[in-house]
Ligand binder design. Structure first.
Ligand code: FAD
Ligand code: DHB
Length: 396
């Protein structure tokens, strides 16, 4: 078989790229190692920046989001027993959307199916080769295996959208890509629960025993996170312990007690920051978690995946429209500055809100930072501009 773009991974990056290419008349094949049920069952992110919402609308996949998504106008920061409402919409004139990643993925799969173009689940041993030269002769090749046997696909380009643990990045010859990274001495324990949100927008509670985050999926479910030590084992956290800890960190003089209920999903995610660069090699282009990771504190991961494929889809569109490979060659240079802005923001949010092993001076600075952020409309606008999303990079 042959296609124009072989896409490895059916997460938000791969599925959205396929749709953005389809809208330009460009063919692709998506190869995903997991089953459809597994992909749809991953809870993960839920906060969409305003440029992300715009791209999903332009891509024609926002019909259900328009009905079921919950518009957010800001966030709440809670510390020292007080809750501060930060009105980002009022200071920036923009909005964000609370709509689960699983729903975004579900919508993208439905629209992919409607195009009639291939989406292959349970593809084993996906192996990209022959992509070393951007302008050289001969197509790239991807092989894989499934219950029917071995398969081989030739393509003009390969999009590595297979997440942090994927095969695409590691298929690039060693020494050509470098990693800039930080790790943090904690993880996030995330739950999805059958409880009503206590406030209509995300609450970050910076408690002396660690951060807790209160978010939602619609009006009947909550998505909540706890800062826990990096070596935490999920089995040590039965529901009762999770609720006790969430309730303690959530508590403030100006809110009622946290509602508790059935926990329907629980995950543990380590926190780290990583930027790989360059984001491309020959005919291979990396996007999303395959090429950068942010700690979840600024809710940027899914949004970065969307901005990457927005840039990449335009570069590929330009190529097929006859504009040459110039924009493709510039993919990394176009994307990286905004990625680093998101890395900076996520790092700042992480250091502002978590409990770190530090001394009195560190804690004094941390408190001063929190007080600074809520002190004036100028500060709130500055945070809001980043939280609701800088404009996507453009090279077209
Ligand atoms: P992924 O979603 O990881 O998709 C990669 C796909 O590739 C997967 O389907 C995988 O199965 C497949 N794959 C992997 N290896 C192979 C292979 N060898 N062959 C074929 N397919 C393969 N981001 C936000 O913006 N906001 C948030 O609020 C937020 N909260 C988060 C909370 C948690 C608990 C976690 C874990 C993440 C959160 N993120 C958040 C991050 C966000 O979920 C990721 O950044 C996002 O999923 C990245 O999308 P992606 O398509 O690049 O990668
Ligand atoms: C959510 C996730 C985040 O990482 C965050 O900072 C805020 C909200 C969420 O899943 O809704």
């Amino acid at each position: 078989a042959t296609t124009q773009v072989a896409i490895i991974g059916a997460g938000p990056a791969g599925l959205l790229l396929a749709q953005l290419l389809h809208l330009q008349g460009i063919d692709s094949v998506i190869l995903e190692q997991r089953s459809e049920a597994y992909v749809l069952g991953r809870v993960r992110a839920g906060l969409l920046e305003s440029p992300t919402v715009e791209v999903l609308r332009e891509a024609g996949v926002a019909d259900r989001m328009a009905v079921e998504g919950v518009e957010h106008h800001g966030i709440h920061l809670r510390f020292d027993g007080r809750t501060h409402q930060l009105d980002f919409a009022g200071t920036t004139g923009r909005q964000a959307m609370n709509y689960g990643q699983a729903e975004v993925v579900k919508d993208l799969i439905r629209h992919r199916r409607a195009t009639g173009r291939p989406l292959v689940f349970e593809a084993e041993a996906v192996t990209p080769t022959g992509f070393e030269s951007l302008d050289g002769h001969g197509p790239a090749v991807v092989t894989w295996r499934d219950e029917h046997g071995e398969h081989r696909l030739t393509a003009d380009f390969i999009a590595g959208c297979d997440g942090f643990h994927g095969v695409s990045r590691v298929a690039i010859p060693p020494g050509t890509i470098t990693a800039a990274q930080r790790s943090y001495p904690f993880a996030w324990l995330g739950i999805l629960a059958r409880t009503r949100p206590t406030l209509p927008e995300v609450v970050y509670s910076a408690h002396q025993d660690g951060l807790s985050v209160h978010s939602m999926r619609g009006h009947e479910l909550t998505r909540q996170y706890l800062q826990v030590p990096a070596d935490t084992v999920l089995d040590d956290w039965p529901d009762e312990r999770i609720w006790t800890e969430l309730t303690r960190r959530h508590a403030a003089d100006d809110v009622g007690p946290l509602a508790t209920g059935e926990v329907i999903d629980r995950t543990l995610a380590p926190l780290r920051s990583v930027v790989f660069s360059p984001m491309q090699y020959g005919r291979m282009f990396l996007a999303g978690d395959a090429v950068h990771i942010v700690p979840p504190t600024g809710a940027k991961g899914l949004n970065l995946a969307v901005s990457d494929v927005s840039v990449l889809s335009h570069a590929l569109g330009g190529y097929y429209a006859g504009a040459g490979s110039h924009h493709l060659a510039e993919y990394t240079r176009t994307s990286l500055p905004r990625i680093w802005q998101a890395e900076l923001f996520s790092w700042q949010m992480t250091t502002m809100l978590h409990r770190f092993p530090g001394d009195e001076f560190d804690r004094g600075l941390q408190r001063a930072r929190l007080e600074q952020v809520v002190a004036s409309p100028t500060q709130i606008a500055a945070l809001g501009e980043l939280y609701f999303g800088l404009p996507f990079p453009r090279h077209w």
